[in-house]
Design a protein around this ligand. Structure first.
Ligand SMILES: [Zn+2]
Length: 87
């Protein structure tokens, strides 16, 4: 049988076990304590970011503005420029 026709005619009423799958998730790991840097576990002082769990100074990756919608960009950009200062 043609595989396309077979696909169109095969029954989907039989319950099948779901496929348990996973996808990679990107997260930030502290270069000092090697732990995951959780949200809000950072602070900013004298122009440097710190991991608040171990007090290690860290450099954050640049913000990828292309992934942020224009509405949010308009809201966030002035705030970030202000809090980070302009260097
Ligand atoms: Zn740390």
């Amino acid at each position: 049988m043609n595989p396309l026709i077979q696909r169109l005619t095969e029954s989907k009423t039989e319950p099948l076990p779901v496929i348990v799958d996973s996808k990679p998730i990107e997260f930030w790991r502290c270069p000092h304590c090697k732990q995951e840097i959780h949200e809000k576990h950072m602070y900013y002082e004298n122009g440097v970011d710190y991991h608040s769990d171990c007090k290690g100074a860290i450099k954050l990756p640049p913000t990828d503005w292309s992934k942020i919608s224009p509405e949010w960009r308009a809201i966030l950009e002035p705030y970030i420029k202000e809090s980070r200062g302009t260097k």
